[in-house]
Design a protein around this ligand. Structure first.
Ligand SMILES: NC(=O)c1ccc[n+]([C@@H]2O[C@H](COP(=O)([O-])OP(=O)(O)OC[C@H]3O[C@@H](n4cnc5c(N)ncnc54)[C@H](OP(=O)(O)O)[C@@H]3O)[C@@H](O)[C@H]2O)c1
Length: 285
């Protein structure tokens, strides 16, 4: 039986990746900081990258579906024998490169360093690494964009956007990402390469939010206000300790097109993501 070591196996991409591995007859060893009961094909290991429990000395593949920088640092220092490594990074590497927010630029630096380190460490031990970079993830009710919008709007009965939030987005469903994680495994064309994994449709930010709201029951109303009024309301909310994670850089990006080409992934491993058709359950509601 093939053995996989999975980091981030409890997360929104990790859960469907483990389900697919089980369905294909793999045995999964999954690390989590929380206690979980072993079940249908997963042996849970309790620990953290900083406090690793004993691991199997050899596995057929490692999947990283959690923080890439921590995984890459651990992998570079570890002696585990694994011929194949599939790791998730983020298209933030491109979209936040020139951000006005120093925390976002720091994230870009850490992601870039982690990708380089991972490819170097894999090559040095004769393993094949593939990096998968999703766009905006949704589908499992655990993301910090659409699920958060759906929940806030569901409670308030409305959602407010600044006018001009017309930058293109490509929301990508967690199941399409999980399919990609397994599809690359035996495709030599993907060895030592990174791929953007966008969703199957590019749509304006406001349209993405409008469709999300339309999927709720009852559907909250979308209100668009002049950008200066939105900025004023946002800074008032932040003073009350709310919406801290919605920074000015993120608001400015609502006008920017963040679009990635799925063609290299389609060509090399048949990536065929779905169009954006949200349903209430996808936001855990
Ligand atoms: N969500 C998005 O919109 C998005 C977009 C682009 C890229 N990505 C990337 O895709 C990957 C998966 O994202 P996700 O949204 O599925 O993640 P998630 O749902 O937030 O889950 C994160 C996972 O990482 C594990 N984890 C976090 N810190 C850890 C630590 N210190 N030691 C060990 N495990 C740790 C968690 O495990 P426990 O809590 O069980 O310990 C959990 O299983 C990540 O690399 C993320 O950067 C996500």
């Amino acid at each position: 039986m093939a053995e996989a070591l999975v980091f981030g196996g409890s997360g929104q991409i990790g859960v469907p990746v483990r389900a697919r591995l089980h369905a294909q007859g793999w045995h999964v060893h999954a690390l989590s900081r929380q206690a979980h009961e072993d079940n249908d094909g997963t042996t849970w290991l309790r620990g953290d990258f900083a406090d690793m429990p004993p691991l199997p000395p050899r596995v057929d593949a490692i999947f990283s579906l959690g923080p890439l920088d921590r995984f890459a640092a651990w992998f570079a220092a570890s002696r585990i024998d694994a011929p194949r490594v599939v790791a998730f990074g983020s298209t933030s590497l491109e979209t936040k490169r020139d951000s006005r927010d120093p925390c976002e630029r720091d994230l870009v630096r850490r992601l870039g360093d982690a990708e380089r380190s991972l490819f170097e460490a894999a090559a040095a031990r004769g393993a094949h690494a593939t990096l998968l970079r999703p766009t905006l993830v949704y589908g499992a009710g655990g993301d910090r964009t659409l699920t958060r919008i759906a929940r806030l709007a569901g409670r308030a009965g409305f959602f407010v956007l600044p006018r001009g939030a017309n930058g293109l987005r490509q929301p990508v469903h967690v199941d399409d990402l999980a399919d990609a994680a397994l599809a690359v495994l035996d495709r030599p064309a993907t060895f030592g390469r990174g791929y953007a994994l966008p969703g199957g449709e590019a749509l304006a930010y406001r349209e993405m939010v409008a469709r999300t709201l339309a999927a709720l029951d009852p559907p909250p109303r979308l209100r668009e206000v002049p950008a200066p009024l939105f900025a004023l309301a946002l800074s008032a909310a932040r003073r009350l300790g709310k919406l801290q994670e919605l920074g000015d850089a993120a608001v400015a990006r609502m006008r920017e097109d963040l679009v990635f080409d799925a063609e290299p992934a389609r060509r090399d491993f048949g990536y065929a993501p779905r169009a954006f058709a949200p349903a209430r359950e996808m936001f855990g509601l």
